[in-house]
Design a protein around this ligand. Structure first.
Ligand code: AMP
Length: 542
């Protein structure tokens, strides 16, 4: 017997319709590339998104066709999020931080038909336009006064002209919720990037899961500033969560430096933010150097790479901003776990709670996870034994775009490539990426632990721990350190800093100081580059 309830497909357009009808006056504020602060509401934004959907149709974009963006976080990008997916086409968020050759490769692979881009990326698009095989229309996300007088880009259109040419009389089409809505490529540190093709259903379900109190805990009382770019896994779904909950949205545009971010946090009463640790490092340094604080920020979601405990402490103890350590990946839309507290944790000491927060946390509803040994057998949840982490759920990839890489699943589970422990309460902790694990004499050393300790040293700005070849142990840890400006820290001092904090055999064999640690297009340390750089490094023999 079937249930007798209404059937409404879970479509992305329904999020915007909800925001327009029930939170129509809620604000969307953007720092624009034009230099000003732009203010709009969900009501106005929804009307413009409908006009943009009609404009896309007028450009000949059909169902399932890809419309790419090269854009910062801003209201026009949000309009495209809803216009493109809402009309039944697929929004493909390109990462502008990639090498131009990679941008071309990915746009070709995705067969993008239209490319919408921010002013900042005009030179990039001019450089690659002739090489893009499938793009028929280029759209500059600006008004007429910002259009270039002359350009090499064929068929360049003005975003505001496209909107002006349409009215907002448009009904969002209703279709199967399993249809593709957006496309995002993995970073491809090994081999070519692979496309993860989200559906309307997976996106809406993920937004439900992400908004929950033990996840990102968002509501209509919040003002959310996603620092995480809309070109990185849909800004961790915050553009959808905001419409679902009726929260205010604040977009930083290209202003991701500490000063610009801090100004916006304060002027717009931001309560929640989200980003990778490297961004917060810049913000914290600025706030500290200028003796500032946060008057409205309640919590910040930190993920994308392990959040060093020193950063959690700085946010919580110095500035009263609660840290939610989260883990996920492009293949997971991205959210998998969030480290929120249970009742029993509230009675713990600060130090115990901080230790808990270094973990990536508990699975949100919709995500199941397990850890397995080398033979694929499940490992107990003892918080000690580590193994490869596998996940499954309705917003986790089943197959990559165009079938690239074959069937990624193992008995219905997606292997994340992360190595983790899970404790008896189900709190997961990443110890490493499988490819970053240091294998010393047949035992694994987790590089994240070693990095976290180094980053707690006051003289260290950033630290990466990589495997260096060793004649006896196969591999031993080599610590690569970027000092804070003017810090006077030595190798001996750093090694002594580890004393009592780890098992003796985990101690790095050597420390090297560098001017900069290479960061990838999503702000993660590129350990493959460091391994390449230090592949001939000879460890001192003891
Ligand atoms: P991406 O698909 O580019 O978002 O990268 C996903 C990968 O980032 C994961 O598989 C992890 O290796 C890493 N990652 C994400 N969040 C965390 C976290 N909180 N701690 C450690 N690693 C993380």
């Amino acid at each position: 017997m079937l249930g007798l309830m209404q059937h409404h497909p879970l479509l992305i357009s329904s999020l915007l319709v909800h925001a327009e009808r029930h939170h129509g006056a809620q604000e969307v504020v953007s720092r624009r590339l034009e230099g000003d602060i732009h203010r709009t509401t969900y009501r106005e934004l929804a009307a413009r998104a409908r006009r943009m959907a009609k404009a896309m149709q007028a450009l000949g974009v059909g169902g399932g066709e890809r419309v790419a963006t090269l854009a910062w976080n801003g209201y026009r990008h949000l309009e495209l999020y809803y216009a493109v997916s809402g009309m039944g086409a697929v929004l493909h968020t390109l990462n502008p931080r990639l090498h131009p050759d990679q941008v071309v490769w990915i746009a070709d692979h995705a067969e993008d038909q239209v490319l919408c881009f921010d002013l900042t990326f005009l030179p990039l698009v001019e450089a690659v336009a002739a090489r893009l095989k499938t793009v028929r229309h280029f759209v500059l996300m600006a008004d007429r006064s910002h259009m270039p007088a002359a350009t090499k880009i064929p068929n360049l259109q003005c975003y505001e002209d496209l909107i002006d040419a349409q009215d907002d009389a448009y009904e969002w089409p209703v279709f199967d919720e399993q249809r593709a809505s957006s496309l995002c490529y993995t970073s491809g540190t090994t081999g070519n990037p692979k496309g993860v093709l989200y559906s309307h259903r997976s996106t809406v379900l993920h937004a439900f899961g992400a908004a929950l109190p033990d996840a990102l805990n968002c509501s209509s009382r919040d003002a959310i500033l996603p620092v995480v770019p809309m070109f990185h896994v849909n800004a961790w779904s915050l553009p959808y969560v905001a419409c679902m909950t009726g929260a205010k949205l604040v977009f930083p545009g290209a202003g991701l430096d500490g000063k610009s971010l801090h100004e916006l946090f304060e002027s717009e009463g931001v309560t929640v933010s989200a980003g990778v640790p490297t961004v917060w490092q810049g913000l914290l340094a600025y706030v500290e150097a200028n003796g500032l604080g946060f008057s409205t920020m309640k919590r910040t979601i930190i993920g994308g790479s392990a959040c060093p405990p020193a950063m959690i402490r700085a946010f919580q103890e110095t500035y009263g901003v609660h840290v939610l350590h989260a883990w996920g990946m492009t293949e997971m839309s991205p959210l998998g776990t969030v480290c929120s507290f249970r009742n029993k944790h509230l009675a713990m000491s600060e130090a115990e709670r901080l230790a808990l927060q270094t973990k990536q946390g508990q699975a949100i509803y919709g995500v199941d996870m397990k850890i397995v040994d080398g033979n694929g057998a499940e490992i107990p949840w003892d918080g000690q034994t580590s193994g490869e982490l596998l996940v499954k759920g309705p917003w986790i990839v089943q197959q990559y775009f165009k079938g690239d890489g074959g069937n990624p699943l193992v008995d219905g589970w997606f292997p994340t490539g992360d190595v983790a422990t899970i404790d008896a309460d189900g709190y997961m902790q990443i110890t490493d990426r499988a490819k970053d694990v240091i294998k010393s004499g047949g035992e694994w050393i987790g590089s994240i632990d070693l990095e976290n300790i180094a980053m707690a040293h006051p003289g260290v700005a950033m630290a990466a721990c990589i495997a260096a070849p060793h004649p006896k142990w196969d591999e031993r840890p080599l610590l690569v350190v970027m000092k804070k400006p003017n810090a006077m820290v030595t190798k001996e001092e750093l090694l002594a800093f580890y004393e009592g904090k780890i098992a003796k055999w985990w101690l790095p064999d050597d420390v090297v100081f560098v001017d900069a640690i290479p960061l990838g297009a999503t702000g993660k340390m590129q350990k493959n580059k460091l391994r390449e750089q230090f592949k001939g490094h000879v460890l001192p023999t003891i």
